[in-house]
Design a protein around this ligand. Sequence first.
Ligand code: TEU
Length: 572
Amino acid sequence: RTEPAWWTTSVVYQVYPRSFADSDGDGIGDLAGVTGRLDYLHELGIDVLWLSPIYPSPQDDNGYDISDYQDVDPLFGTLADLDELIAQAHQRGIKIVMDLVVNHTSDEHPWFVESRSSVDSPKRDWYWWRPARPGTTPGEPGAEPTNWGSFFSGPAWEYDEASGEYYLHLFSRKQPDLNWENPEVRRAIHQMMRWWLDRGVDGFRMDVINMISKELPPRDGAVPTAERDGVVPAGAVHGDGGPFFLCGPRIHEFLAEMHAEVVAGHEATLLTVGEMPGVTIEQAQLFTDPDRHEVDMVFQFEHVGVDQGDSKWDVLPLRLTALKESLGRWQEGLAKAGWNSLYWNNHDQPRVVSRFGDDGEHRVRSAKLLGTVLHLHRGTPYVYQGEELGMTNAPFAAVEDFRDIESVNHYRSAVELGADPRRVLDGLRRMGRDNARTPMQWDASPGAGFTTGTPWIGVNPNHVEVNAETAVADPDSVFHHYRRLIELRRSEPAVALGDFTMLLEDDPVVYAFLRRLGDVELLTVANFSGAPARPAVPGYDEWLEAELLLGNVAGSSGPELAAWEARVHRRT
Ligand code: TEU
């Protein structure tokens, strides 16, 4: 076999530009802001920077609604600023991966404007236009071509009065889905991707890329029992279109074609990662098998669903055994062929220290524990901005504090349907995406060092303690712990490439696993609780004699783990 791919020893850092660093005082982060913080990222030691969308956009979904794929939104700067960022990053050995949002465009993209202009438009077929359901009055509730709900509340079809037809939008009505069945659409996207590679970018994170192939003809999806029982008013709950658009019939063909048209020949330097809600292990094996030439790795969602009930707003307490069962199965599933991406956080998830850790008394320790557990798995770790500081969820007081379209729409529609506003707000507080989108906390100043102006979303008041300036100066900080984890992936081959064995599957508080490469063995043990715990790992006493590679409690050495203690032992 050939050399392991470069990204097996790499760590990716995600920047959400809107919330990272504002260089011009307008309250919104920008590209010059990112460039200004590259030395910080270099000190952390990351290899790749993934930039969430910076393209021209009406910003209905903070840039995931793109109106021009080949330019930069003035909010964030200019193409010249981006070239400068790429050059400065490359000088520091940091690669730049762009967000590729091609399941949908903005409704203000010239392609859609043209498509919408007439049923005879040459671009009509670039999107999903369908007539009303037979026997209904177009535009009336229930006349949508299928009963699918959109991810951002309401139906997934929008009525266009001018042409009397509907267009499909799995996300907001300002994000019409592109029709990948049309080869012209695919060619236009490949061309655009090549343009970015020529500009010097090092790969793509592909937004909801497993939704681009839809099963035809679109049909109604299953409706949750509540509606059938008449508990919820008809029309309030939508059908689940997932089975018709998640990993649809041509998805592997489309990704293999994209690889052949864009990536082939550059594999040795590029990174491709497909974001894939609902992807199964069996599918992920196919997507990431290097011999199939589709993508290098995928983002799967199973482990960030273990604390969810019927919907993401229905939060259940974490069962550690369920988390271990899920991540362990993915480790096993992609052990022989394929590769895992590893993440706790991104711009869509609440902060992990608030979610799976303890963001009060044990914030620092539990943030280090979570980082340790994740980074010692086999796969490519992703760090989301501020995770390396142990940033927490934000204390949103009222619905007016939220900016995210998903949260705002959900609140409006749930309350309209009679839900208790306090309960809905509680769901937003715990799971809302804005938890991840409050400004990066650089220092203790009023704008947190993020901006000198008025930030577009409130700064978390805990920035007076939780901030990069303090963390970089403190050798015991979460920041320096992450720095060591990133370094370890490069210095200890067993971290990157060792095989993985889960231990103590049934233990409700200790997360334990082995990594093995040649004659090197690494044991990670982590206490997910605020009380001391003894890892029931067979022969743990002998491990105590071995080298302690990394820990998060100074001077601890006995057979018992302190509250939220994590250790990595090494022996040969
Ligand atoms: O997200 C896709 C996705 O399915 C979810 O994670 C989504 O964020 C939502 O929470 C579903 O409940 C991607 C992007 O990461 C997200 O920011 C965009 O809003 C979305 O696609 C549309 O482009």
